[in-house]
Unconditional design. Structure first.
Length: 427
C-alpha cells in the first residue's frame, strides 16, 4: 500500500516539472506580457521553497498533527497545490498574485517531496538492499512517468486552449496525493501524549539538530565542497531568453515546444544512465573538468542557432533545436550527478540526511542565482520579448562562464573512494 502514495507524490512532481513549468512559462509570456528578464526573475523567486527543504524536515519531525507526522502534511500539501493552481487559472492575470500563487504551488510540491522521502526512508530502514533499492526505483520511475507523460501534452494543450485552462487542469493532480495519503501507515500517538512529548522535546531536539548541522557545515571538508557545488551550479543561464527566442523569433508553436520538453525528459534519463554506466567511477576532479569543457562546447551549438549559422549550411531550425536540446539537457543532467555524489560523500555520520538536504538546497539556491544572473544579463543586453539583437552575446557570455568554476576544483576532496549514488531525486 505504501507504493501508491509514493508513486502519486513523485508522479505529481514529474507532472509539475513538465506540464506545470511549461504552462507557467507561457502564462508569464502571454497572459502577463512579461519580457524574458521579468519572467526569469519571477521563476527564480517562485523556486525559493526548494532552497529551504531542510526546514520542512524539521517541521514534520518536530510538530506532528493529531499524533501523525506524514499523512496530514501530505494532505495539506495536496490541497495547497490544488488551490494555488486553481486560483492561478481563475483569477485575473496580475504580477504579484501570480508570483505568490506560483510560489505556493512550488511550496506544496517541495514540502511533499520532503515528507514522502521521509516515508521512504522509514520504510527502507531495516530492509534488505533489494527492497530499499526497489523503493528508490519507484521514486525515480514515477517522476519520469510524470515528466514524459505530460511533456508533449502540455504544449499541445497550451496551443489548443491557452495557458490558464491548462493551469486549471494542473490543479487536479495534487489531489492524487490527498487521495493516497490515507494509505500511509504510521503509528499514531494519542494527541495528549503527542502534545506532551512535543512540548518536552521539540525545542531541545531542534537545538541539537541545528548545532550538529552547524558544526558539520563549518568543517572545511564540507564547507569547501559546498562552495564548489554552488559555483558549479550558479553560472548565468540563457534559458529564459531562449524560450522567448524559440517562440517569438523562430515562431515555434506551443505544441513543438512540448516536443522539445519531451525530448528533454528522455535526455535526462539518458544522462543518468550514461553516468551510471560510464562515469560513476571517474575521479571527481577529472570528471568536473571534463564536464566543464563538454558543457562549454555544447553551449557553442546554441550560438550557431542564434546567429542563424545552421540555416546557412542547410540545417533546419526545428531539427537543429531538437538535436541540440538532447545534447545540452543530457550533459546538464550528467553534470548534476557528480554534485549529488560529492554531496553524499562529504556527509559525516549522524547528520547524513539533514546535511544532504542542506547541500541540495545549496544546489537549488545556486540554480536560482544562475537564473537571476541570466535575467540581469538579459536586461543589460537589451533583450526583450521581441528584440534579440544581442542574443549571441548573451549565449556567448553564459557559455564562457562555464570555465569559471575550474580554478576552484581543488575545493573537491582528492580521493578515489567511490560512494554510492544518493537516493534522493534532485529538483
Amino acid at each position: 500500500m505504501l507504493v501508491c502514495p509514493v508513486c502519486a507524490a513523485y508522479f505529481v512532481q514529474g507532472v509539475k516539472m513538465s506540464l506545470g513549468t511549461l504552462t507557467e512559462q507561457f502564462y508569464l509570456k502571454d497572459d502577463l506580457q512579461f519580457d524574458p528578464a521579468q519572467a526569469e526573475t519571477w521563476k527564480a523567486i517562485a523556486h525559493i521553497p526548494w532552497m529551504i527543504k531542510p526546514l520542512y524536515g524539521f517541521v514534520t519531525d518536530s510538530f506532528p498533527i493529531n499524533g501523525l507526522r506524514r499523512q496530514p502534511y501530505i494532505i495539506i500539501c495536496g490541497l495547497t497545490g490544488t488551490a494555488a493552481f486553481a486560483l492561478l487559472s481563475a483569477l485575473p492575470a496580475a504580477p504579484l498574485p501570480a508570483l505568490l500563487l506560483m510560489t505556493a504551488g512550488e511550496l506544496a510540491i517541495a514540502f511533499s517531496d520532503v515528507v514522502i522521502d521521509g516515508v521512504v526512508v522509514e520504510r527502507s530502514r531495516g530492509e534488505d538492499q533489494a527492497t530499499a533499492g526497489s523503493l528508490q526505483s519507484i521514486c525515480w520511475g514515477s517522476q519520469a512517468v510524470g515528466v514524459l507523460s505530460s511533456a508533449y501534452t502540455s504544449g499541445w494543450l497550451v496551443g489548443l486552449v491557452g495557458a490558464r485552462p491548462v493551469l486549471g487542469l494542473m490543479a487536479f493532480f495534487p489531489l492524487l496525493m490527498c487521495g493516497t495519503a490515507f494509505l500511509i501507515k504510521e503509528r499514531r500517538r494519542s494527541p495528549q501524549s503527542a502534545d506532551l512529548e512535543v512540548a518536552a522535546s521539540n525545542t531541545e531536539r531542534l537545538k541539537q539538530q541545528l548545532w550538529a548541522l552547524w558544526q558539520a557545515i563549518t568543517m572545511p571538508q564540507i564547507l569547501l565542497p559546498a562552495a564548489f557545488i554552488f559555483l558549479w551550479q550558479a553560472g548565468p543561464s540563457a534559458g529564459g531568453a531562449m524560450f522567448f527566442f524559440y517562440t517569438n523569433y523562430l515562431g515555434f508553436s506551443p505544441e513543438f515546444v512540448g516536443r522539445i520538453k519531451l525530448l528533454d525528459g528522455v535526455a535526462q534519463l539518458l544522462g543518468v544512465y550514461l553516468f551510471n554506466v560510464f562515469l560513476r567511477k571517474v575521479q571527481l576532479r577529472r570528471l568536473f573538468f571534463g564536464l566543464a569543457l563538454a558543457g562549454v562546447a555544447a553551449g557553442f551549438t546554441q550560438l550557431v542557432l542564434v546567429t542563424g549559422a545552421n540555416r546557412k549550411i542547410g540545417l533546419d531550425d526545428k531539427l537543429f533545436v531538437l538535436a541540440d536540446s538532447v545534447l545540452v539537457t543530457g550533459l546538464g543532467r550528467i553534470a548534476l550527478m557528480p554534485c549529488l555524489v560529492l554531496a553524499a560523500r562529504v556527509c559525516p555520520e549522524g547528520v547524513e540526511a539533514t546535511l544532504y538536504a542542506a547541500l541540495m538546497s545549496v544546489s537549488n539556491a545556486a540554480s536560482g542565482a544562475g537564473d537571476l544572473l541570466g535575467a540581469a544579463l538579459t536586461k543589460l543586453l537589451g533583450i526583450t520579448a521581441y528584440e534579440f539583437g544581442n542574443m549571441s552575446w548573451l549565449v556567448l557570455v553564459c557559455t564562457l562562464c562555464g570555465f569559471l568554476p575550474l580554478p576552484f576544483l581543488r575545493l573537491i576532496p582528492d580521493t578515489q573512494k567511490h560512494t554510492p549514488l544518493p537516493t534522493e531525486a534532485p529538483v
